[in-house]
Design a protein around this ligand. Sequence first.
Ligand code: FE
Length: 192
Amino acid sequence: MPVELPDLPYPRDALQPHLSAATLDLHHGHHQRAYVDAVNARIAGTELDDLPLEEIVRTSQGSLFEAAAQAWNHAFYWQCLHPRAGDEPHGALAEHIARQFGDTQKLREEFNRAAMGLFGSGWAWLVQHPDGRLAIVTTRNANTPLTGDSTPLLACDLWEHAWYTDFQNERARYLQSFWKLVNWDFVGARLR
Ligand code: FE
């Protein structure tokens, strides 16, 4: 059974003016689709064919891992965003953030420092360690916390294709838009 390209969780123009429909078309319809197609080309006719995508990410190496991890990372990334700008973390998530970072603004600053400091392509993540603590991590290229012990709560795509159409070379402006789109309900629901 092939891996499927999940639909975007909202219309292609729903993240405007922060991310354009053109960016979503390119990013979801071209880049993410290419990763899904690459996974399917590699698992067709093998014993991996029936595995869920997460299991393929956790058990594969090389070019299959890279395609599978990118397919999973992108599906997760779209769920981390939503069109309702301006809300803030609440409930247990807000308490975890206050304990770990002081407040949400400090979390954003630390996350942005990590995201700006990642050389080349990759991802910035808010994760929850097995002991319950929150942490900000970055991963290079396709790498993903899914292969480790920590639970991914929030992902920010730091490949240039995520912002070049809207912001050219300005990763910092993309990050400003990213924070206006974060779906804190989704992030909070991932807490263990
Ligand atoms: Fe991407």
